[in-house]
Ligand binder design. Structure first.
Ligand code: GLN
Length: 197
């Protein structure tokens, strides 16, 4: 099967690291900043960064509605950290005017693991990722307070849900793009492949 084209939402955040991880996981990776670029990808990664800024820029760049539409239409999406926040149907501790795309029936609490100086690493067992736990990098990370019936919990750290999948939409509180271990990206590339075939 031909190589899927996967975009990385490039409004703000750790775009480069995701482009590298996707390329290592055998995808054609490219940045997405405009609706025309979004139309050309088979799947999309929403990086870590700052969700309030990303939300603001998505409105300014005219991407908010096109993004929502593609997620609704079933495009595979993977969000890390700020990207997880963007994929939450409901957000706690967000800024008042902060928009999310939605996509997963879950309630996400922003900055739940604490501020910048409370960032940490932990080994996390992720359902669907073989070969042992992944090194989870948590930076001002959110956690998932609760999920609806359609969402599947893939990983828990310290009693808190940190990875979730609902259909074609995948989200992690942590940043696999920063570790050089590309197994979570491989899982996502596989999701994109299977929706294309
Ligand atoms: N706390 C950030 C936010 O609200 C997320 C941090 C991250 O992506 N590393 O968007």
């Amino acid at each position: 099967m031909s190589t899927p084209t996967i975009g990385v939402l490039a409004l703000q955040g750790d775009v480069r690291e995701h482009l590298v991880a996707l390329a290592s996981a055998d995808a054609l990776a490219r940045p997405v900043r405009r609706p025309e670029e979004l139309a050309e990808v088979d799947g999309l990664v929403i990086p870590g960064g700052e969700s309030t800024t990303m939300s603001k820029l998505a409105v300014i760049f005219g991407l908010l509605e096109p993004l929502r539409e593609r997620v609704r239409a079933g495009m595979p999406v993977y969000g890390t950290c700020a990207g997880m926040i963007m994929l939450a149907d409901k957000l706690l501790d967000g800024r008042e005017d902060q928009e999310t795309l939605g996509g997963i029936d879950m309630i996400v609490r922003r900055n739940a693991f604490g501020r910048q100086n409370e960032s940490f690493e932990a080994r996390v067992e992720v359902a669907g990722v073989e070969g042992g736990p992944v090194e989870g990098v948590f930076i001002r990370a959110p956690w998932v307070e609760s999920v609806g019936a359609a969402a599947e919990i893939l990983a828990v750290h310290d009693g808190h849900t940190v990875a979730v999948r609902q259909g074609n939409v995948l989200a992690t509180s942590f940043h696999p793009e920063l570790t050089g271990d590309h197994r979570v990206h491989e899982l996502f590339v596989e999701m994109v492949r299977s929706t294309r075939s």
